[in-house]
Design a protein around this ligand. Sequence first.
Ligand SMILES: [Zn+2]
Length: 270
Amino acid sequence: MSLIVNRAASSSLRDEIAQVPPVVEVSPHGSSPFLLTCDHYGRLIPPSLHQLGIDDTQARRHIAWDIGIAGVAERISQALDAHLIAQRYSRLVIDCNRPWEAASSIPLLSEATAIPGNEGLSADDKAPRRDLIFTPYHARIAQVLDARHTEGRPTVLVALHSFTPIYAGVARPWHIGALYHRDDRLPKRLLEALRAEGDLVVGDNEPYAVSDDSDYTIPVHGERRGLMHTGIEIRQDLIADPAGEKIWADRLTRILRAIELELHPKVMEG
Ligand SMILES: [Zn+2]
């Protein structure tokens, strides 16, 4: 009986995700060397998962997605003519910036909120989330990186995120952070540029550092390919409305343009 129920549930999930695919792209033919990713862009939960047993308020909180980053990412993508690849399902369904084998891939608890719809899942229950959301998203990023490599186009990977101003009762002072692990070529330049702005509290690997267990996009697509890369985390209260999104997108567009010129002095000469 439960096998039949599982099959039915898996088939509705398949239909729902087929109608609303996980991958969102902006400026797919963009000429910029920057490739932008946004693992926590959206907070959709397929209807057959019954909102994972949490209420509407919880499903809109930072535990479900990176508040504000979608607007910032889209604006930067358009301003720089940079390809953005983003994922529109909630990280509570499956976290696209975790190895799918990690316990936090389909979290039982996020900050202090239990996620009832993620309890007691078998490998067969988890597999469709991986196969329909995680895998196609990362396969698309890999496909684009392969194509750019084949075409001899340079790629600088920028993974965009946002963080909650208060986590587990502790206020976070940083406005923005640059995140990395084994390769600090781009973060070093970015940190220098952000500090030069003069009005920012800048996090160097804060509020998080990148690691193989807690991250996927940078280790797999950036480090393993030897691409210059950085993570960027912006505090959510600064980008909570379109005005804030625009201010931060404009600022980062200006800074990334300057870094691009520094990396490729010939670009100006056309
Ligand atoms: Zn994120």
